[in-house]
Write a protein that binds this ligand. Structure first.
Ligand SMILES: [Zn+2]
Length: 227
Protein backbone atom coordinates (compact mmCIF):
# COMPACT_ATOMS: atom_id res chain seq x y z
CA UNK A 1 0.00 0.00 0.00
CA UNK A 2 1.02 3.63 -0.43
CA UNK A 3 1.54 5.82 2.62
CA UNK A 4 1.13 9.59 2.99
CA UNK A 5 4.12 11.90 3.11
CA UNK A 6 4.52 14.07 6.20
CA UNK A 7 2.75 17.35 5.40
CA UNK A 8 0.03 15.78 3.25
CA UNK A 9 -3.61 16.46 3.92
CA UNK A 10 -5.11 13.02 4.58
CA UNK A 11 -8.63 12.34 3.33
CA UNK A 12 -9.41 9.07 5.08
CA UNK A 13 -12.56 8.19 3.11
CA UNK A 14 -13.52 9.31 -0.36
CA UNK A 15 -15.30 8.05 -3.49
CA UNK A 16 -14.19 9.01 -7.00
CA UNK A 17 -10.95 10.70 -5.89
CA UNK A 18 -8.24 11.87 -8.27
CA UNK A 19 -4.59 12.05 -7.30
CA UNK A 20 -3.91 15.62 -6.13
CA UNK A 21 -0.41 16.69 -5.04
CA UNK A 22 -0.30 17.35 -1.29
CA UNK A 23 -3.40 15.25 -0.57
CA UNK A 24 -3.33 11.59 0.36
CA UNK A 25 -6.67 9.83 -0.11
CA UNK A 26 -8.19 6.49 0.71
CA UNK A 27 -10.44 5.78 -2.24
CA UNK A 28 -13.43 3.52 -1.56
CA UNK A 29 -14.10 0.69 -3.98
CA UNK A 30 -17.49 -0.89 -3.42
CA UNK A 31 -17.69 -4.50 -4.55
CA UNK A 32 -20.75 -3.91 -6.77
CA UNK A 33 -18.92 -1.21 -8.74
CA UNK A 34 -16.53 -3.62 -10.45
CA UNK A 35 -13.59 -1.26 -10.05
CA UNK A 36 -10.07 -2.35 -9.25
CA UNK A 37 -7.31 -0.68 -7.28
CA UNK A 38 -4.42 0.87 -9.19
CA UNK A 39 -1.09 1.83 -7.74
CA UNK A 40 -1.27 5.63 -8.00
CA UNK A 41 0.86 7.96 -5.89
CA UNK A 42 -1.26 9.71 -3.29
CA UNK A 43 -3.98 7.05 -3.24
CA UNK A 44 -4.63 3.82 -1.44
CA UNK A 45 -7.87 1.85 -1.32
CA UNK A 46 -10.55 0.24 0.73
CA UNK A 47 -12.58 -2.58 -0.79
CA UNK A 48 -15.79 -4.01 0.59
CA UNK A 49 -19.54 -4.49 0.45
CA UNK A 50 -21.60 -1.44 1.33
CA UNK A 51 -24.88 -2.52 2.96
CA UNK A 52 -26.87 -0.34 0.55
CA UNK A 53 -25.61 -2.39 -2.39
CA UNK A 54 -26.25 -5.87 -1.08
CA UNK A 55 -29.08 -8.35 -1.49
CA UNK A 56 -29.60 -12.10 -1.37
CA UNK A 57 -28.95 -12.47 -5.11
CA UNK A 58 -25.74 -10.48 -5.27
CA UNK A 59 -24.24 -11.67 -1.97
CA UNK A 60 -22.14 -14.61 -3.22
CA UNK A 61 -20.69 -12.68 -6.13
CA UNK A 62 -19.88 -9.65 -3.98
CA UNK A 63 -18.13 -11.74 -1.31
CA UNK A 64 -16.00 -13.42 -3.97
CA UNK A 65 -14.99 -9.94 -5.21
CA UNK A 66 -13.88 -9.01 -1.69
CA UNK A 67 -11.91 -12.27 -1.34
CA UNK A 68 -10.13 -11.63 -4.65
CA UNK A 69 -9.32 -7.96 -3.95
CA UNK A 70 -8.32 -8.40 -0.30
CA UNK A 71 -5.02 -9.95 -1.39
CA UNK A 72 -4.13 -6.87 -3.45
CA UNK A 73 -1.41 -4.89 -1.64
CA UNK A 74 -3.02 -1.61 -2.82
CA UNK A 75 -6.12 -2.51 -0.82
CA UNK A 76 -5.27 -1.16 2.63
CA UNK A 77 -8.66 -1.63 4.28
CA UNK A 78 -11.72 -3.82 4.05
CA UNK A 79 -15.00 -1.87 3.79
CA UNK A 80 -16.95 0.23 3.84
CA UNK A 81 -18.92 -2.51 5.51
CA UNK A 82 -21.42 -2.43 8.29
CA UNK A 83 -24.98 -1.86 9.33
CA UNK A 84 -27.77 0.40 8.17
CA UNK A 85 -31.22 0.26 9.74
CA UNK A 86 -32.62 2.89 7.37
CA UNK A 87 -31.57 1.54 3.98
CA UNK A 88 -30.41 -1.90 2.88
CA UNK A 89 -31.39 -5.57 3.13
CA UNK A 90 -32.43 -7.52 6.23
CA UNK A 91 -30.28 -7.13 9.32
CA UNK A 92 -29.67 -10.85 9.16
CA UNK A 93 -28.05 -10.57 5.72
CA UNK A 94 -26.16 -7.46 6.77
CA UNK A 95 -24.81 -9.28 9.83
CA UNK A 96 -23.76 -12.37 7.89
CA UNK A 97 -22.03 -10.27 5.23
CA UNK A 98 -20.34 -8.11 7.83
CA UNK A 99 -19.01 -11.14 9.71
CA UNK A 100 -17.65 -12.60 6.47
CA UNK A 101 -15.80 -9.35 5.78
CA UNK A 102 -14.39 -9.22 9.31
CA UNK A 103 -13.03 -12.72 8.72
CA UNK A 104 -11.42 -11.67 5.43
CA UNK A 105 -9.90 -8.61 7.15
CA UNK A 106 -8.47 -10.85 9.85
CA UNK A 107 -6.94 -13.27 7.35
CA UNK A 108 -5.20 -10.46 5.50
CA UNK A 109 -4.41 -8.40 8.61
CA UNK A 110 -6.22 -5.36 7.24
CA UNK A 111 -8.19 -2.81 9.28
CA UNK A 112 -11.82 -2.03 8.44
CA UNK A 113 -13.83 1.04 7.58
CA UNK A 114 -17.33 0.94 8.97
CA UNK A 115 -20.63 2.38 7.73
CA UNK A 116 -23.13 2.49 10.57
CA UNK A 117 -26.53 4.18 10.55
CA UNK A 118 -28.79 3.82 13.60
CA UNK A 119 -27.31 0.42 14.32
CA UNK A 120 -24.82 1.15 17.09
CA UNK A 121 -25.99 -1.71 19.28
CA UNK A 122 -25.58 -4.10 16.34
CA UNK A 123 -22.06 -2.80 15.70
CA UNK A 124 -21.02 -2.93 19.36
CA UNK A 125 -22.44 -6.45 19.70
CA UNK A 126 -20.41 -7.60 16.69
CA UNK A 127 -17.29 -6.00 18.12
CA UNK A 128 -17.83 -7.82 21.42
CA UNK A 129 -18.55 -11.11 19.69
CA UNK A 130 -15.77 -11.05 17.07
CA UNK A 131 -13.05 -9.29 19.09
CA UNK A 132 -11.31 -8.04 15.92
CA UNK A 133 -7.54 -7.80 16.08
CA UNK A 134 -7.39 -5.17 13.36
CA UNK A 135 -8.74 -1.70 14.21
CA UNK A 136 -12.10 -0.40 12.96
CA UNK A 137 -12.61 3.11 11.63
CA UNK A 138 -16.18 4.37 11.92
CA UNK A 139 -16.61 6.87 9.08
CA UNK A 140 -19.22 9.58 8.62
CA UNK A 141 -19.72 9.97 12.37
CA UNK A 142 -22.04 12.65 13.70
CA UNK A 143 -23.31 11.08 16.90
CA UNK A 144 -23.19 12.34 20.46
CA UNK A 145 -19.90 12.70 22.36
CA UNK A 146 -20.98 9.84 24.68
CA UNK A 147 -21.32 7.45 21.77
CA UNK A 148 -17.96 8.57 20.37
CA UNK A 149 -16.43 7.86 23.80
CA UNK A 150 -17.95 4.41 23.82
CA UNK A 151 -16.53 3.56 20.37
CA UNK A 152 -13.11 4.95 21.27
CA UNK A 153 -13.11 2.95 24.51
CA UNK A 154 -13.46 -0.22 22.39
CA UNK A 155 -10.35 0.74 20.41
CA UNK A 156 -12.17 2.20 17.39
CA UNK A 157 -11.20 5.29 15.41
CA UNK A 158 -13.70 7.91 14.27
CA UNK A 159 -13.91 9.97 11.10
CA UNK A 160 -16.41 12.82 11.25
CA UNK A 161 -19.17 13.37 8.73
CA UNK A 162 -17.92 16.07 6.34
CA UNK A 163 -21.11 18.11 6.52
CA UNK A 164 -21.55 18.05 10.28
CA UNK A 165 -17.91 18.84 10.99
CA UNK A 166 -18.19 22.15 9.11
CA UNK A 167 -20.94 23.37 11.46
CA UNK A 168 -20.39 25.24 14.74
CA UNK A 169 -22.39 22.51 16.54
CA UNK A 170 -19.58 20.06 15.84
CA UNK A 171 -17.23 21.71 18.34
CA UNK A 172 -18.29 19.74 21.46
CA UNK A 173 -17.94 16.45 19.57
CA UNK A 174 -14.56 17.44 18.08
CA UNK A 175 -13.25 18.38 21.49
CA UNK A 176 -14.53 15.21 23.12
CA UNK A 177 -12.68 12.73 20.90
CA UNK A 178 -9.01 12.16 21.82
CA UNK A 179 -6.91 13.67 19.05
CA UNK A 180 -5.02 10.43 18.49
CA UNK A 181 -8.29 8.69 17.54
CA UNK A 182 -9.90 10.73 14.80
CA UNK A 183 -9.66 11.34 11.05
CA UNK A 184 -11.21 13.67 8.48
CA UNK A 185 -12.94 12.77 5.22
CA UNK A 186 -14.85 14.13 2.23
CA UNK A 187 -16.86 10.94 1.42
CA UNK A 188 -17.29 11.65 -2.29
CA UNK A 189 -19.06 14.96 -1.68
CA UNK A 190 -16.61 16.89 -3.85
CA UNK A 191 -15.71 19.30 -1.08
CA UNK A 192 -12.16 20.37 -0.32
CA UNK A 193 -10.38 18.50 2.46
CA UNK A 194 -8.32 21.66 3.08
CA UNK A 195 -11.49 23.54 4.11
CA UNK A 196 -12.24 20.79 6.62
CA UNK A 197 -8.71 20.99 8.06
CA UNK A 198 -9.02 24.79 8.37
CA UNK A 199 -12.33 24.56 10.21
CA UNK A 200 -11.26 21.74 12.54
CA UNK A 201 -7.90 23.33 13.40
CA UNK A 202 -9.74 26.56 14.28
CA UNK A 203 -12.20 24.66 16.45
CA UNK A 204 -9.40 22.87 18.27
CA UNK A 205 -7.20 25.97 18.58
CA UNK A 206 -4.26 24.37 16.82
CA UNK A 207 -2.50 25.16 13.55
CA UNK A 208 -3.27 23.32 10.32
CA UNK A 209 0.33 22.05 10.42
CA UNK A 210 -0.22 20.53 13.84
CA UNK A 211 -3.49 18.96 12.71
CA UNK A 212 -1.69 17.46 9.69
CA UNK A 213 1.02 16.03 11.96
CA UNK A 214 -1.66 14.50 14.18
CA UNK A 215 -3.49 12.93 11.23
CA UNK A 216 -0.18 11.58 9.88
CA UNK A 217 0.66 9.95 13.23
CA UNK A 218 -2.87 8.56 13.49
CA UNK A 219 -2.61 7.11 10.00
CA UNK A 220 0.62 5.33 10.80
CA UNK A 221 -0.75 4.09 14.11
CA UNK A 222 -3.97 2.84 12.48
CA UNK A 223 -2.08 0.90 9.81
CA UNK A 224 0.60 -0.44 12.14
CA UNK A 225 0.92 -4.15 11.81
CA UNK A 226 0.02 -4.27 8.11
CA UNK A 227 2.27 -6.77 6.40
ZN1 LIG B 1 -18.54 6.41 1.82
Amino acid sequence: MNFPEPGDYIDIHNHGANAVPGIFTIETLMAHENREPENIKGLTYSFGIHPWHLDENSHDHLISCVIINAVNPDVALIGEAGFDRIKGPSLELQRKTFEEQVKIAKEHKKPMVIHCVRAWDDLLQEHKKLKPQMPWLVHGFRGKPDLAQQLVSKGMYISFWFDFVMKPEAIPLLKSVPKERFFLETDGAGINIMDIYNKVSDDLDISVEELKRTMFLNFNQFFKGIP
